[in-house]
Design a protein around this ligand. Structure first.
Ligand SMILES: O=C(O)CCC(=O)C(=O)O
Length: 272
């Protein structure tokens, strides 16, 4: 796998126009194996990981003894195995095709959807709703499949072009119990096409989405888990513009309001 991967001009244009793009392979077989093992170790408490960063996304499914659907956040700040992704030249090359240098890491996540869990749904949302204490809203996400992500096992879906819509709601308005809430909000053009587009990618491959793109995912109907490792990235121009509100997120309080988020808490991806 070449370390210097690049998106083609058509892929870059696709991201800018539609708010997402499917990308190439960024993980080796060895990384996929080690990362899956590490997720297993974290989920089964064989390694230390802060409890409050392990959030259950749905009620536990019916299958006896089965793990629930989980979203684990801030992994690179606590786990030495996943911290190696802060040095990924592959992710860095691609991210710098889409965002102003130097691209830094804002947050990361693991999403684990157990087999046969049709309730493991992640409702429609825009990431920036939860990040509006940093800006400008030009952050982007590199979503990496650890298992082949398919429509059957709940791959991510997007609404193309939605990153450009003038949405007016705030975080306080959100109804987190209604997965379709976002689709009913003011700002969606009356002629908008709200047909969800799936983003299937093979294990080790990635896709990118803009922080304002509507996205979500359905449950897992397959007999395998759906695991992904997700890097939320910020262009080098990203500043703190407000106050922390969620202790599952990166802490911005060491950076004065109006200053660029930089320093050891926000590692810079390798220079390209
Ligand atoms: O993995 C998913 O199903 C959704 C991911 C997501 O919401 C994100 O990457 O921001």
């Amino acid at each position: 796998m070449p370390a210097q991967l690049h998106l083609t001009p058509d892929q870059i244009d696709h991201y800018q126009t539609h708010g997402y793009v499917l990308g190439p392979r960024v993980l080796s077989d060895d990384q996929i194996t080690r990362f899956k093992q590490r997720i297993d170790d974290i989920l089964h408490r064989r390694v230390d990981f802060p409890d409050h960063l392990m959030g259950q996304t749905t009620e536990k499914s019916d299958a006896a003894g089965q793990l629930p659907s989980l979203k684990i956040v801030n992994i690179f700040r606590h786990d030495p195995v996943f911290a190696e992704m802060t040095r990924s030249r592959e992710v860095s090359s691609l991210a710098h095709d889409l965002m102003a240098a130097p691209v830094r890491i804002w947050e990361d996540q693991i999403i684990f959807k157990p087999p046969f869990d049709e309730d493991a749904v992640l409702g429609w949302h825009q990431d920036y709703t939860f990040w509006d204490h940093v800006g400008p809203p030009e952050l982007g996400t590199c979503w990496i499949a650890l298992d082949d992500a398919t429509v059957d096992n709940g791959c991510m879906h997007v609404i193309p072009g939605s990153h450009r819509w003038p949405m007016t709601y705030t975080r306080e308005d959100l109804d987190v119990n209604d997965p379709h809430w976002l689709m009913t909000q003011q700002g969606i053009p009356s002629d908008a096409d709200l047909t969800p587009v799936p983003c299937p990618v093979k294990a080790g491959h990635c896709h990118f989405h803009h922080c304002r793109t509507f996205h979500g995912s359905y449950g897992n109907r397959s007999d395998n888990p759906r695991r992904s490792y997700i890097m939320h990235l910020m262009p080098g121009t990203t500043c703190r513009i407000g106050d922390n509100w969620n202790d599952r997120m990166g802490d911005t309080e060491s950076v004065p309001v109006g200053q660029i988020l930089a320093g050891p808490d926000y590692p810079q991806l390798p220079a390209i």
